[in-house]
Design a protein around this ligand. Structure first.
Ligand SMILES: Cc1cc2nc3c(=O)[nH]c(=O)nc-3n(C[C@H](O)[C@H](O)[C@H](O)COP(=O)(O)OP(=O)(O)OC[C@H]3O[C@@H](n4cnc5c(N)ncnc54)[C@H](O)[C@@H]3O)c2cc1C
Length: 393
């Protein structure tokens, strides 16, 4: 699949710089761990190692303004960087700190919060989880019940959050919590940062369909949180959450990762099948990746430094979720009845032969069923596109 964008001289030079960096600084064991990973994200150890390498290079906060440690890259440079990283099998960066809460803190946080939290996100000391969803509040997030009662010097937090990705690794969690009852459920919600070491927090694992431990339920039982951990104004958490969700749904390019999945699929499928229907379906997927790349470039090129991508992020989320799922389905089709045997694999391996890379395919296929649910389901993205992008009300 060859397509070279009409990048200018400077962009091609930047791409060369990124390629050289990846050739020399991305260790082989991280590339292999990425290819053997079946879960939504790689393990904390693998992710943190890559995080530290990029931090040392000064290339981590590329979505952030320069004053907080950003790179000053243009949207096209960001696209090139993410694409080259994905094509080289670099591990995905864990987004909860860098892409989710970081922008909320540098946009709405107090000077003290910026000074304390932002450097610790970049140096990897703080590992974040996202506490939005609850057992009774997913698509209808405004129905959330987990509450934070203002006691003057601190909040007292009671309730539970669910589907909390990597909460078992995190030392901080950002939550939206009910701080007052009001007529409109979106009001009276506040955005609060909680240290996971606080007494009264309990984490229960949830094992995914693919057999991985990615998500959890987190319980808060009279957890005391200092009042200064409130971000922005009390009662305006819904606005900050909506701002964050735009970064979650469309802040980065995922087409490079999907393109790479297709390349891997082509490599191993050549050994297994020469079926005409398979080749036809493969070509259709390649065309859809090209369309996604063009859409990503269009949306990203409109992004201003330090600003969220806008409601168009829902288009990227919807299209990439469908495409990722369809690529993984074709991969499982290609390995046929081997899929079940490959279901039980050892993701702790750091060595693999090319054929071993088929091993995580079945688990990845099953785990990817969640990509049309997390970050807001496909139906919710369609609702947002209809009302906020197309103006159909
Ligand atoms: C693997 C995974 C990781 C996750 N990680 C996190 C995390 O780290 N932090 C976090 O806070 N949350 C996380 N989530 C939660 C995720 O955001 C929710 O699961 C999602 O928003 C859907 O909510 P729900 O599961 O309650 O489903 P529901 O809201 O009950 O939806 C059920 C079905 O009804 C449909 N539906 C609901 N409302 C409408 C409507 N208005 N119009 C049309 N259809 C509708 C939905 O599309 C869906 O098909 C994660 C979820 C998964 C699966």
């Amino acid at each position: 699949m060859s397509l070279d964008f009409a990048f200018g001289v400077e962009e091609r030079a930047f791409r060369e710089q990124v390629r050289q960096f990846l050739d020399t600084k991305l260790p082989e064991h991280l590339r292999i761990a990425t290819r053997l990973n079946s879960a939504t994200f790689v393990s904390k150890e693998i992710a943190q190692e890559w995080h530290s390498i990029l931090h040392r290079q000064g290339w981590l906060g590329y979505l952030w303004p320069v004053e907080y440690g950003g790179t000053g890259w243009s949207p096209i440079q960001r696209f090139i960087f993410e694409r080259e990283c994905a094509l080289a099998d670099a591990p995905a960066l864990i987004p909860m700190g860098l892409r989710y809460v970081g922008p909320v803190i540098f946009t709405f946080g107090s000077p003290q919060q910026k000074e304390y939290f932002l450097p610790r996100i970049l140096n990897g000391e703080h590992y974040w989880a996202q506490g939005f969803s609850e057992p009774g509040a997913g698509s209808d997030l405004a129905a959330l019940q987990c509450r934070a009662d203002n006691k003057g010097t601190h909040y007292l937090v009671n309730g539970s959050k669910i589907w909390t990705t990597h909460a078992h690794f995190a030392n901080w969690i950002f939550c939206i919590l009910r701080t007052s009852k009001s007529a409109k459920s979106q009001d009276g919600v506040s955005f609060i940062l909680i240290n996971m070491q606080s007494p009264g927090i309990r984490i229960e694992p949830i094992i995914t369909l693919g057999g991985d431990h990615d998500v959890n339920q987190v319980f808060f039982d009279d957890v005391k949180v200092p009042i200064e951990n409130l971000v922005g104004e009390e009662g305006r958490g819904w606005q900050y959450a909506k701002f964050l969700l735009e970064y979650e749904r469309g802040g980065v390019s995922v087409s490079g990762k999907i393109r790479r999945d297709i390349e891997h699929l082509v490599n191993f499928a050549n050994r297994l099948t020469n079926d005409r229907i398979f080749n036809h379906n493969l070509t259709r997927l390649k065309i859809r990746v090209l369309a996604l790349e063009a859409t990503e470039l269009r949306v990203m090129s409109q992004m201003k430094p330090g600003r969220p991508p806008g409601k168009e992020s829902s288009i990227l989320k919807l299209v990439s979720a469908q495409l990722e799922q369809d690529v993984s389905k074709l991969a499982v089709d290609a390995i046929g009845n081997k899929a079940l045997r490959l279901f039980e694999h050892d993701t702790t391996q750091t060595k693999a032969t090319p054929i071993d890379f088929t091993m995580p395919l079945m688990s990845r296929y099953l785990n990817l069923r969640a990509s049309s649910i997390y970050g807001g389901s496909n139906e919710i993205q369609r609702n947002i596109i209809a009302s906020h992008v197309l103006g159909l009300r």
